[in-house]
Design a binder for this molecule. Structure first.
Ligand code: CUA
Length: 162
């Protein structure tokens, strides 16, 4: 006597399995297109720093713009603290590529550059890096998007594009 085991899947359930596999494939394609074809960046920890000393030594001791290539490429070192960004104001030429390196010396903050897709969490001890190119001249405020205490609502700075 032999017993033959077979898996019986209800046709209705089979369709849901097919749909689930189809969705996984669709999501994998969407993530690949966004990442490789459209260049959408996910903020990732760039480097670690010591929040206790970050304001005293290293690039954030003297926060602000660094010119990498005049008129074309800049780096912006921004220090977040309760309740302000340092520097409060920076000016770059229109069409220049600006890479932000933002960190916090105290609590968790947020960094959102208005009217752009640049929006990142600022965690003490971590450096958040994001690159943006702005062609349209104007004043772009960067605001804190994570509640960080009493002065949270007043925590902002400005990037001037001219
Ligand atoms: Cu800093 Cu909210």
């Amino acid at each position: 006597m032999t017993t033959k085991q077979s898996m019986n899947i209800d046709p209705y359930e089979k369709n849901w399995i097919r749909l689930s596999i189809g969705l996984l494939i669709a999501f994998a394609i969407a993530v690949s297109v966004a990442g490789f074809a459209m260049g959408i960046q996910v903020p990732s920890p760039e480097q670690r720093v010591d929040p206790n000393t970050v304001a005293e030594s290293g690039p954030w001791a003297n926060p602000g713009l660094r010119t990498i290539q005049e008129g074309k490429k800049y780096e912006a070192y921004v220090l977040a603290q309760t309740w302000q960004f340092l520097p409060r104001e920076m000016t770059v030429p229109a069409g220049a590529e600006v890479t932000f390196y933002v960190t916090s010396k105290d609590v968790q903050h947020g960094f959102k550059l208005q009217n752009t897709n640049l929006n990142v969490q600022i965690v003490p001890g971590q450096v958040s890096k994001l690159t943006v190119t702005i062609d349209e001249p104007g004043r772009y405020d960067f605001i804190c998007t994570e509640y960080c205490g009493l002065g949270h609502a007043a925590m902002f700075g400005t990037l001037i594009v001219e």
